[in-house]
Design a protein around this ligand. Sequence first.
Ligand code: ADP
Length: 397
Amino acid sequence: MLVFILNAGSSSLKYQLMNPVIKKVFASGICERIGIDGVLSHEFGDKKLKVDANLPTHKEAIELVLRTLTVGEGKVIDSIDNIQAIGHRVAHGGESFKSSALVTDKVIKEIEELIPLAPLHNPANVLGMKICQELMPKTPNVAVFDTVFHQTMPDYAYMYALPYDQYEKYQIRKYGFHGTSHYYVSNEARGMLDKKRNTRIVVCHLGNGSSVTAVLNGKSIDTSMGLTPVQGLMMGTRSGDVGAGAIQYMMKQENLTIDEISELMNKKSGILGISGKTSDLREVLDGMQEGDDRCRLAVDMVAYNIKKYVGSYVAALDGIDALCFTGGIGENSALIREIVCTGLDGMGLVLDPIKNNRKRNDSRDIATNSSSARIFVIPTNEEYVIANDTYEVVTKS
Ligand code: ADP
């Protein structure tokens, strides 16, 4: 089964061509600057190809990707007819979607109804589906949602303590995101644990966007992101948790509109806001080494926030069997892992400094042998989850 995976953003489009049955990737890439000018970066085998193109809309971008996959230097398949299904990453499934769904007119309408909850992402996702339906009318499309894995949260975890009618009228509640990553990593971790029952796992997905999830017996019971991805951990450019009073005060002092405060909290805060230089953790770590105190503060805040969430989720799970790190920061920064785990011996989490500092790309256990809970580094694979869900939905339908 050859699955084309599409992650359509507002001005970019990531893709992969994969056979989920044998977990083999044939090609992957990204179209950027859609609507501005356009550039395609395409990888196949160990080769790379860069194409400058005129991409006024997502349609030209998808056409270019399909052309690149089937003709010329980057060709990996003879025809787009070889693609048996298309899996779309969809940001927000609200309460309507409890699992991945075969794309029908009704499903598209439901995803469109959720646009107020994800105004930047859901429209691009729907556009991706409609273009694929037009270009490949016989190929089934499947929507895989970032929110679905967290639909198992109990009501007392997902509700905000606001007047109840806000939930009834507008479905204001926590939804959580990065679901495919939290599912993949917690599932891998369950396989790596000796025990198979009552598994209590905390997953830290730490990238440009970051979130922590508490997973009990394979099900999400709480997660740090909320109605939107701005809640929870401090991220590359997102603030994470901020007191509502501070938001009201800033809006009043600076006479900010809703869009301006949203821009401030989503695009200008987090690591970028504190360091004043960059949203990239590697660059902030370099700045810290050079003695920049705001870079040092950003690193301390990032690690402290993660540690607080880990501690609260160990409490929510009544203990812990495995703490997992994933994402660009979680997989690569031994320092952040070390700061987060320092002092958690009382929770049964003891990091082995030698294992933590070993540079490897595979899934591994970095706890000491005597640590009662395990500490895993597990490279995430969201595309695999999307491809596999697509395969399962299509073969069962
Ligand atoms: P995205 O959420 O966009 O998928 P990634 O998961 O790729 O992002 O994570 C990007 C983050 O990972 C950046 O802040 C980057 O600095 C950080 N990162 C990548 N490699 C390292 C490293 N070796 N040490 C510290 N941070 C790293």
